[in-house]
Design a protein around this ligand. Sequence first.
Ligand code: SAH
Length: 367
Amino acid sequence: MSRLKTRLTEYIREAGPISVAEYMTFCLLDPVNGYYPTRDPLGSDGDFITAPEISQMFGEVLGLWCVQSWIDLGRPPEVNLIELGPGRGIMMSDMLRAAKLDSAFQQAVRVTLVEASSALEAVQGRTLASCGLPVMWASDLAQVPAGPSIIIGNEFLDCLPIRQLICADRFAGHEGWVERRVGLNEDGDFRFVKDDTPISSDLAATLPAGAADARNDDLLEINPSAAQLLDQINARFQDYPGRALFIDYGPDSTEFGDSLQALKRHEKVGVFSDPGNTDLTARVDFAALHQTAQSIGLDATEAVPQREFLSKLGIEMRAVALARAKPEAKDTLTRQFHRLTAEDEMGTLFKAMVVQSQGLPMPLGLR
Ligand code: SAH
């Protein structure tokens, strides 16, 4: 049994069943035995692969998107470029290389990486050692210096801890929802259990509009950490203008069903199979994100499919230019392009969405 599993089992035995959010936080972020703090999980030798790891084109077109965003912010002489959950730092490295085309942006930009894992921070430091700009780290967005900001998070929201609720009686308002938790069976293994008592009215007030369509036994996932992040972003944008881009997998309207998944070596495994040693994520509810952002006064765009977003950013042209410069890489580039944009790959499952301070132009690639 992994050390984390032993500790978690003891904890649940003492404290009773824990929320799925607590389970995810333990497994992913425990400083001693958690998944992210103890390894580099990315790439073909790791557990999962992300868009910037698939192709340099992804970060490159996003670099140009950042330059345009800086122009939209009114070309401030200093701008924070903040990446949330930068993985191995590859996307930032590709973005900064592409953004060198604009020397005024290059002069203005102050890079901060918000990272919870010291293991990944070390990898990011190596990746960005020769990027030509100083890089700062923060473990929380609130620690990043004030000022105009461009924030980007690719596959960041999907690893924030979700809570799972089950509709026990669709006609009973908030009293009809109960929380699904992680408890223990007779053998001491983890199992899902349901609360006997309904969720609080405070929690019920945070449910997305789509929750009203629930039928009995539907499972709804909510992401309080994403809502908290939007609050932090909103606070940051009160004094200085800013824009935040999120790219992740998930639907653009609230869907029901358990989407918590564990990945190990690119295969799906059980979410309780090896706590602390598997990646855990859940799909992002972009409708809920949009609703929360607007309710606190941020401007929010629609969530657009990744293929549409990247295409509007000119990824086809970038692919053609790269293939011209290196004809022997043409097949590889075609494959990479397909993975990022095809309907049966990341093209429609993944969405891009922006939240920004009020009064800014519509961001490039969005609607
Ligand atoms: N954006 C990268 C990596 C995605 S994996 C890419 O696209 O390749 C998720 C990243 O978020 C990892 O770097 C992980 O350590 C980090 N992370 C997870 N939870 C976090 C949190 N609460 N605060 C800061 N970073 C976090």
